[in-house]
Design a protein around this ligand. Structure first.
Ligand code: DIG
Ligand code: MN
Ligand code: MN
Length: 392
């Protein structure tokens, strides 16, 4: 009897090489785990039921490697991919580790640093294309300041736009069908990171030369750190067709970026997020990779890392089953039908041309006290959701 929550490639779960490969270092402690070679990461993830892996350029090819070394490493990785059947849906470029980026990459005040970052991103995109990636994530981890004396934020935004417009135009000239997914974060490692939330990114995309190529890669921890709802950030991205990728993990509000195992904190937020992504309430589902940008506790050895990976995927599948049960629950459906009822067809009036709408609304008999008196039964509805979540 197979376990219904065992992941399969059909679930499209992916992990970054840097996630399960995280050696457990932190600002106050050295690495606790030996580096896991990429080939072993692929073997263990394939055995665990993952669909694919993602990578930064330097997760695979060391910074400054020669072209010959780079080609050897990539060929070896391609062989390991073929042997395990894993795919590479997303690639990204590390524009934050090397000291050259200490004042930013695309937003560095020194145009030579910006030029170096664009050149590195081009090489990172070429690597991604070679591995079959269709989505290129940009996380501007160093795009920020500790003091706004450093530069006018408007210059930073303009330089960010300049670099992305250049890269979009360059990709189009190569004839590659790629989509850029921009990932927001409010701070860490910089004191303040520009374009701090998914909402900021969604507006920024509208100012780009090739907005159709660009979407967002929201991360649970990055929205939760400032106390924002990941569910609402993802819903807004889905509503405007810009959810190009997603970084799933867990986070306690108000703390540094913890990148915890998916669902291990704020279980209710994870439940409503999975419900959104899976479309269990009948709305269109997200059709991209379910990517876990997370890592195991520093307390873990390598076997603990694979426990972590399995936990991310199993929790996602359990929550998807619980969300399906909630959306099939007759009492919940009745409460939602009642709270959305529109017996007099008023909703349609709000979609009329303005003059007709104004006339129609003026003719409505709307008694605010009667409207105010109606309770919404959300206590009962939320309790039903919670009991499905708890498996009661
Ligand atoms: C951190 O949340 C960032 C980097 O790990 C990576 O560039 C991106 C891709 O998921 N997320
Ligand atoms: Mn991320
Ligand atoms: Mn993070």
């Amino acid at each position: 009897m197979t376990d219904p929550f065992d992941p399969t490639p059909a679930d499209r779960f992916t992990f970054g090489l840097w996630t399960v490969g995280n050696p457990g270092a932190d600002p106050f402690g050295a690495p606790v785990r030996r580096r896991i070679p990429p080939e072993r990461i692929l073997e263990r993830l394939a055995a665990a039921g993952a669909w694919g892996v993602n990578l930064h350029d330097n997760d695979l090819v060391p910074f400054g490697a020669s072209a010959a070394e780079r080609d050897r490493i990539v060929a070896e990785f391609q062989r390991a991919l073929a042997a395990t059947g894993l795919c590479v849906p997303m690639a990204t470029t590390n524009l934050f580790s090397h000291p050259v980026f200490r004042d930013g990459a695309f937003t560095a005040s020194d145009p030579k640093v910006r030029a170096f970052a664009v050149r590195k991103a081009m090489a990172g995109i070429e690597l991604g294309v070679e591995l079959g990636a269709r989505t290129i994530v940009f996380w501007g981890g160093r795009e920020g300041v500790e003091t706004d004396a450093a530069r006018d934020p408007r210059d930073a935004i303009a330089w960010y736009r300049e670099c992305l417009d250049l890269l979009c135009g360059w990709v189009k000239e190569q004839g590659w069908e790629l989509r850029f997914a921009l990932e927001a974060k409010p701070n860490e490692p910089r004191g303040d990171i520009y374009l701090a939330t998914t909402g900021h990114m969604l507006h920024f995309i509208t100012t780009l030369a090739h907005p159709e190529m660009c979407g967002v890669n929201p991360e649970v921890a990055h929205e939760n750190m400032p106390g924002l709802s990941m569910v609402h950030a993802v819903a807004q991205a889905m509503e405007c067709g810009k959810l190009f990728h997603i970084d799933l993990n867990a986070q306690k509000i108000g703390r540094y970026d913890q990148d915890l195992r998916f669902g291990s904190e704020d279980l209710k937020g994870a439940f409503f997020l999975v419900r959104l992504l899976e479309g269990t309430n009948g709305r269109p589902a997200y059709d991209g990779p379910r990517h876990f940008d997370a890592h195991a506790y520093r307390t873990e050895d390598e076997e603990g890392v694979w426990d972590f990976a399995r936990g991310c995927m199993r929790t996602y599948k359990i929550l998807a089953a619980r969300a399906r049960a909630f959306d099939a629950d007759e009492e919940a459906r009745q409460i939602l039908a009642a709270t959305h009822a529109d017996p007099d067809g008023v909703a349609e009036l709000l979609r009329l041309p303005p003059a007709e709408a104004a006339t129609a609304l003026a003719g409505l008999d709307l008694d605010p006290d009667a409207l105010a008196a109606a309770g919404r039964r959300y206590e009962r509805l939320d309790q039903i959701a919670l009991e499905h979540l708890l498996g009661a």
